[in-house]
Design a protein. Structure first.
Length: 624
């Protein structure tokens, strides 16, 4: 830049010299005046010097200016450098501040997240502690169960009952009806009604449950007072005895296996949840004998079942056996099927006033075997089961029991006789009309299965030679239940138990029973005394007036069937955390038919029968 300034100054100086020379040459001559002589003009050299001096001054001024500019430029450059450095420093500071701000935002976000998590965790902890505290308070002040060393004890299922029954024909029965004891028409007890009030169906229950990692253990005890001792009566204190209804233990695994043993409902009894004990579904009746046609037993058993995906269930059970006393007429007596209990064996050894055994215990060969499959496909609960039973007696042939000799192969050597019986049954139960209606149908058909019907008519009869013949029969029950409100349950049941004829004529010459009809439901049974009340001039019969043969003439027909229609309601007056107060009313019409026979004014094709109208009431308080 300095070079350019010097060059410009030299050019300006040269231009000034040229202009001066030109002017000097071109200037017009001066007029000569007659004035005073003017001072001499500066010479060219002087002018050049003056111009040079002037130019030098300008040059020096320009130099100075350039120097000042250069200094200013340097200062500006330095300032710019300083500013750039300051800007860089400021930018670095800004970047640092931005990074710090970003870091602070991240830290704040993390802190906020942590605080929120802590708040949520704290709220969860507070909620959990509150729930746990409330639960502890509830367990202390209002427990659902009792806890003992990790075991839950619950009395749910217990209730106190005040109940009554009125029957149009007397049966001498309490709140449970002896179905085969319904008096025949026109007989003595048929002409008397009966009324009883009872609290004996009150129930005490206790269930214990303990849970392990893969197994749930449970035990259940249930008792009522529907039992009588030898001194029990209604005279004053109503001193009836407590009886064992259920007493069993159960182990259920997480994989669906279920093992249980003890006294409880038979596997033949319908359940509502798979094959699990404690989910049995019973007819909605006040009558403690339930309903004619209901298939059930409550006895000692051991069962194993398997749950396949909550939709299919398989189970098998070995259950305590008992053969009902052989039914029929003209039965051989040279056999031993069982006996009364012995006091030392802790069985009932009581006898009637006439010396007859009140209880007969059969000498069983095997338990009863039951296998069942249950399905819950989406609508309803379906069951199919089979029962296998063994029957055994010991036969004593003799010179007069000739027919038995062929069985034992000797006239003097006793032998055992064993036969098998069994049946097949099933049930279905499901809701309709958005659970406002529930329908059910169940039944059992087979040979020798009478004890599983609620009427317990008969299991077997005997042949003239003493061998056992299982009786063919069936039981069936239909139910309809309505729930118009949450408190009200209306129920309608119709069912019955039936036992077929099974008899033969002893054709062994010389035998004790030769020529007689032997067996169950014989056509020539003496029916002349059925449906007849003893005349006032007759001596009153020494036998129980509620049984066939309740006149001075014979009434030897065997029970054919028992049918029952029931209608009733249960109404929950109060239902809540403090328990349930429940009221019930039931009407039942029951009919007992005998197989037809000979005699009297009876139509042999119809047989004798008895009807009974019954009204039950119940008032119960259930523990929560």
């Amino acid at each position: 830049m300095k070079f350019k300034l010097y060059a410009a100054a030299a050019a300006m100086l040269a231009a000034g010299l040229v202009v001066s020379c030109v002017r000097a040459q071109d200037a017009p001559p001066q007029r000569k005046h007659h004035t005073e002589a003017a001072p001499p003009s500066p010479s060219v050299q002087e002018q050049i010097d003056a111009l040079r001096q002037q130019m030098q001054s300008q040059i020096d001024a320009l130099k100075q200016s350039l120097a000042d500019k250069d200094a200013q430029l340097q200062q500006a450059q330095q300032s710019a450098a300083d500013a750039q450095a300051a800007a860089a420093k400021a930018q670095a500071a800004v970047d640092a501040q931005q990074q710090a701000f970003t870091d602070n935002q991240t830290a704040v976000s993390t802190l906020e997240s942590t605080v929120n998590e802590m708040k949520s965790a704290n709220a969860a902890v507070v909620s959990s502690l509150t729930e746990e505290t409330n639960s502890i308070k509830k367990q202390i002040t209002d427990p659902d169960a009792i806890y003992f060393k990790g075991i839950t004890l619950s009395p749910t299922g217990s209730f106190l009952a005040g109940e009554t029954v009125w029957r149009g024909a007397a049966t001498a029965g309490d709140i449970n009806t002896p179905f085969t004891g319904v008096p025949l028409a026109n007989s003595d007890a048929y002409n008397l009604s009966e009324f009883f009030a009872s609290g004996r169906q009150s129930r005490a229950a206790l269930k214990a449950t303990g849970k392990l990692s893969s197994v749930t253990l449970s035990g259940y005890y249930e008792a009522d007072w529907l039992s009588s001792g030898t001194t029990s009566n209604n005279n004053q204190s109503n001193s009836y005895t407590m009886r064992q209804r259920q007493l069993w233990a159960d182990a259920k695994t997480a994989s669906g296996w279920d093992f249980s043993g003890g006294q409880g409902w038979s596997l033949a009894t319908e359940t509502t949840q798979g094959l699990t004990r404690g989910t049995e579904i019973l007819p909605s009746t006040i009558d403690a004998q339930y309903e004619a046609g209901f298939v059930w037993a409550r006895q000692e058993s051991f069962r194993v079942s398997k749950d396949f995906g909550k939709a299919l269930f398989l189970g098998i059970s070995a259950e305590n056996a008992e053969t009902l006393n052989p039914g029929g007429q003209n039965l051989p007596t040279n056999i031993l099927l069982g006996s009364a209990g012995t006091n030392g064996g802790l069985y009932n050894a009581a006898e009637s006033a006439a010396g007859a055994n009140l209880v007969n215990y059969s000498f069983n060969l095997t338990p009863d075997f039951i296998a069942k499959i249950a399905a819950e496909p989406g609508w309803g609960h379906w069951e199919l089961f089979g029962i296998g039973r063994s029957f055994r007696d010991r036969i004593y042939p003799s010179a007069t029991a000739i027919a038995s000799q062929a069985v034992c192969g000797s006239a003097t050597t006793p032998c055992n006789n064993t036969v098998w019986g069994g049946g097949i049954g099933g049930s279905v139960r499901g809701p309709l009309a958005t659970n406002k209606v529930t329908i059910g149908l169940k039944g059992l058909w087979g040979d020798g299965v009478g004890r599983y019907g609620s009427s317990t008519i008969a299991d077997v009869t005997l042949r003239p030679d003493g061998t056992i013949s299982p009786l063919h029969g069936f039981s069936a029950l239909s139910t309809v239940e309505l729930n118009p409100t949450a408190r009200l349950n209306l129920y309608f049941n119709y069912g019955g138990d039936y036992i077929a004829r099974d008899w033969t004529v002893d054709n062994v010459t010389g035998d004790t029973l030769f020529g007689k009809t032997v067996g169950y439901g014989a056509y020539n049974a003496d029916m002349s005394g059925c449906e007849i009340e003893p005349a006032s001039t007759s001596s009153f019969p020494t036998s129980d007036p509620t049984t066939p043969g309740n006149s001075t003439n014979g009434c030897k027909g065997n029970n054919k069937d028992v049918q029952e229609f029931t209608a009733g309601w249960w109404y929950n007056i109060i239902a809540g955390p403090k328990g349930r107060l429940r009221q019930g009313l039931q009407y039942s019409l029951i009919r007992r038919d005998l197989w037809s026979g000979n005699g009297g004014t009876l139509n042999p094709s119809n047989g004798a029968h008895g009807d009974d109208n019954m009204v039950f009431t119940s008032f119960r308080y259930y523990l929560p």
